[in-house]
Design a protein around this ligand. Structure first.
Ligand SMILES: Nc1ncnc2c1ncn2[C@@H]1O[C@H](COP(=O)(O)OP(=O)(O)OP(=O)(O)O)[C@@H](O)[C@H]1O
Ligand SMILES: Cc1ncc(C[n+]2csc(CCOP(=O)(O)O)c2C)c(N)n1
Ligand SMILES: [Mg+2]
Length: 346
């Protein structure tokens, strides 16, 4: 009897220990986390999944997958549409910036998307969700910022929606644009041998530029009007992530020149706090709202020597290649493969 009990105990012990050991292994190698990640939402695959649905109307010249949708409204006129939602805590911090600065940023983000298609903004609708108890003065200050930049770029606010909720404060801007005889510039036209140009300097936008950037609207239109631009995007997620959107849409690859990346002073400053390299920040911080344009070698040279950009720094940071993927070439000519990295919401 005793022997049997001891024997049973041993078998159960064995099972218990093996269960514990398996649990230990699962925890040790973060298997539970890895499995749950498989079921979590992922921003870009989700967009791809939505995009796969069959299109209905022939009027849609460009649907999901570019900075703006482009709709044919007849007689050679195209309407551009872009929408951006900004949320307190994710896109701005109301302890650091006031309502007027937030209103300005919300419109500027959408203007930047129209700029990246080389077209002109026209009208906007703005939807707001105020946390319960928000003061009237907050809304008035918000509109002071909205109207300031809307007037500057000749944009009419023609509607919107207002609700209240638990919070946080959210603002959604839908901006329409027009082509005015120009062809919009898409993400899909990059070709092997093309050069990659970028306006301004990159990285460290969290130190302030993400709130106070000037959308490169004049530059986007000037590029589209005076040069043949094969592809263009504005840098909101980060240089390598946004360049990768062009590469994927165009079915090509690219080589970036390490010593030609225009790294901003704020990227240098922030790198001292994070311990990451300044170029890491220039590659992946995002919210630079600079334009990344792809043109043939001869057109790119013309842009670089043009006086149409009023002294704005424009750099040639790389070239498009046939092989898909992204490479970094150092000052000595050595190539290494890099992974696109940028801001992802989920
Ligand atoms: N919920 C959604 N349903 C359909 N299309 C979407 C949705 N969210 C994004 N898209 C589309 O996916 C593409 C990429 O969206 P994304 O928001 O990354 O644009 P972006 O211009 O790269 O960045 P930003 O938001 O800073 O302007 C766009 O064409 C956009 O219209
Ligand atoms: C409080 C605060 N935290 C983080 C950031 C950085 N950030 C937020 S969204 C985004 C990418 C573009 O977003 P979207 O794709 O929605 O346009 C970046 C780089 C910020 N601005 N404020
Ligand atoms: Mg964009």
């Amino acid at each position: 009897m005793v022997t049997f009990a001891v024997g049973r105990l041993k078998i159960e012990d064995c099972r218990l220990f093996s269960c514990l050991f398996v649990c230990f292994l699962l925890c040790q190698f973060r298997i539970f986390e890895r499995i749950s990640v498989l079921f979590q939402m992922d921003e870009f695959p989700l967009i791809k999944w939505i995009r796969n649905r069959k299109k209905k109307s022939n009027a849609v010249v460009c649907g999901i997958g570019d900075d703006c949708a482009v709709i044919n409204t007849g007689k050679n006129t195209l309407c551009l549409i872009t929408t951006d939602m900004l949320v307190e805590g994710t896109h701005f911090d109301l302890n650091k910036y006031n309502a007027s600065e937030v209103g300005r940023k919300a419109i500027a983000c959408s203007i930047s998307d129209i700029a990246s298609m080389g077209c002109k903004p026209s009208v906007a609708v703005i939807s707001l969700c105020f946390p319960h108890g928000t003061k009237n003065s907050f809304a008035k200050r918000l509109y002071a910022g909205i109207w300031e930049i809307a007037d500057k770029y000749d944009i009419d606010i023609v509607g919107g929606d207002i609700i209240s909720g638990e919070g946080p404060f959210c603002i959604n801007v839908t901006l329409l644009g027009k082509n005015e005889g120009l062809m919009p510039v898409y993400r899909s036209g990059a070709k092997a041998g093309d050069k990659i140009l970028v306006t301004g300097r990159l990285g460290g936008s969290l130190l302030g530029k993400h709130m106070f950037f000037e959308p490169r609207l004049d530059e986007g239109i000037a590029l589209n009007k005076n040069f043949t631009v094969h592809a263009m995007i504005d840098i909101s997620d980060g240089l390598t992530a946004d360049l990768n959107h062009i590469l994927e849409e165009s079915g090509v690859g690219a080589v970036l020149f390490e010593d030609k990346i225009p790294v901003s002073d704020d990227a240098l400053k922030i790198s001292k706090k994070t311990g990451k390299t300044p170029i890491h920040h220039a590659f992946s911080d995002g919210e630079d709202y600079e334009l990344l344009a792809v043109l043939s070698k001869t057109q790119a040279e013309k842009v670089l020597t043009s006086d149409l950009f009023h002294g704005l720094e424009i750099s040639c940071i790389g070239e498009i290649v046939e092989d898909k993927g992204l490479w970094l070439r150092d000052g000595k000519g050595k190539l290494r493969r890099i992974r696109p990295k940028g801001y992802k919401h989920c």
